[in-house]
Design a protein around this ligand. Structure first.
Ligand SMILES: [Zn+2]
Length: 429
């Protein structure tokens, strides 16, 4: 969208932030832990998760070593699809690139979605070879989200070998576009496809089992581009310079105050500008990430950013006029949303929450509720019960080249997901 040469960009900006709503409780109770453990196939499946431990680690390494930058997840997705098919799932890949493995329940109507994102933050060309040092595995993306994908294939295989039947359908999905500028495209498509049937969503992301993400952190990401005529640094000195205008605008924006509570943050993440040191560039681009626990604060901070850039342009034009360049064309401002993650919260009385807490009690796992920005944002924003949890094991250095994973304790993570999913799906004798 191109903007007219005036300072009315705020009026034009469609800041349509959805008000977070509490996810409503589903109509049915969960299956109690006692009832689950009375089913011999459930007990067998829990044992199978332990037996599959080293096989699961092998699959995690295999998948991690297939590069999967956001928007380039096809090859890794195909490898997951083969593993899903080998675990007896009915597989397909949708138009967004979601790899879906269906395990029909005795009642086909409702589905429980267990997802893990395929993509990593690392650009194409990054070395993703896994280095082993004892139990410690090091590679970009090994845990985020190698752990989540490994958990999915491990769970599918454990259910397959024990022939456990669930009441509701289980849907496993390896989805693209969770990271960076993917804007949760994969999860948006899954929710759109299964919307009327989704009983619960469990997004498996990373390793940690010490939290349950029940609150979705809302965020907005904007790209703002400033363009001008461009010229020579000496001969055209004083000409409106998009780089100078952007610098002025960012400087104004950085003075914006944000409350500690509701916690609100901003980050000028990327600046791309100019062509050479002795050129007045014709383009300057900035990408800004803004997050808040409050939708109102997020709206306020996004408006503050646009107003600040606008003021930066006005100041640059005034400086140019003072140097005799009053007839030069005005710097043009364009903006583009490159991310809009809606917020939401899981209801305290949600069966899904009761199910994961019941699993934690049984497994003696201490966990806390957390607010975060994950694939669970999309279902939570629509009132569909959803959580994000880790796949188990230990990890560190997420999003860095030194990212590592140690599978010690993985069993806790996968058992926790299994017991949670089965409690909401119901099991057949
Ligand atoms: Zn992740």
């Amino acid at each position: 969208m191109q903007l007219p040469p005036s300072s009315c960009i705020l009026d034009l900006m469609p800041l349509t932030l959805r008000v977070p709503r509490a996810a409503t409780a589903a109509d049915a109770e969960i299956t109690s832990l006692a009832a689950l453990l009375q089913n011999k196939r459930v007990v067998q499946a829990l044992a199978a998760l332990e037996q599959l431990s080293s096989w699961t680690t092998d699959q995690q390494i295999l998948l991690t070593e297939i590069p999967a930058p956001t928007f380039q997840e096809t090859a890794r997705g195909e490898a997951v699809r083969k593993l899903f098919a080998a675990a007896g799932l009915r597989t397909r890949t949708d138009s967004a690139g979601n790899v879906i493995g269906e395990r029909p329940g005795t009642s086909r109507k409702d589905v429980i979605l267990i997802s893990a994102h395929l993509d990593t933050v690392f650009p194409a060309g990054t070395c993703v070879k896994v280095q082993r040092d004892g139990r410690r595995l090091t590679a970009p993306g090994i845990s985020d989200n190698g752990t989540g994908l490994a958990a999915l294939v491990c769970l599918a295989r454990a259910l397959h070998v024990t022939k456990l039947r669930t009441h509701h359908t289980l849907l496993f999905a390896a989805n693209p576009c969770e990271e960076g500028e993917g804007n949760l495209r994969g999860m948006r498509k899954l929710v759109e496809t299964f919307r009327g049937r989704l009983r619960a969503v469990i997004a498996v992301d990373g390793a940690a089992t010490d939290h349950i993400t029940t609150m979705a952190l809302a965020s907005r990401r904007l790209e703002i581009s400033l363009s001008g005529p461009g010229g020579h640094s000496w001969a055209d000195f004083g000409m409106p310079n998009p780089v100078h205008a952007l610098a002025r605008g960012i400087n104004i924006f950085l003075a914006t105050s944000v409350p500690e509570s509701p916690r609100t943050t901003f980050n000028v993440g990327v600046i791309q500008a100019g062509t050479s040191v002795n050129t007045i560039g014709n383009l300057a681009v900035v990408k800004v990430d803004m997050r808040s626990e409050s939708g109102d604060e997020l709206t306020r901070i996004a408006h503050a950013l646009l107003a600040a850039i606008d003021q930066g342009v006005i100041a640059e034009m005034a400086a140019a006029a003072a140097l005799g360049h009053s007839s030069d064309p005005r710097i043009e401002i364009r903006f583009r949303s490159i991310g809009d993650r809606p917020g939401g919260e899981l209801a305290a009385d949600s069966p899904l929450l009761q199910a994961v807490l019941q699993a934690d009690r049984h497994l003696n796992n201490q966990s806390r509720f957390e607010r975060s920005s994950t694939d669970a944002n999309i279902p939570l924003s629509l009132g569909i019960p959803a959580i994000a949890v880790g796949g188990g094991g230990r990890s560190g250095g997420a999003h860095s080249l030194g990212e590592w994973y140690d599978p010690s304790g993985r069993e806790l993570g996968v058992k926790r997901i299994l017991l949670t999913a089965l409690a909401v799906a119901g099991v057949e004798p």
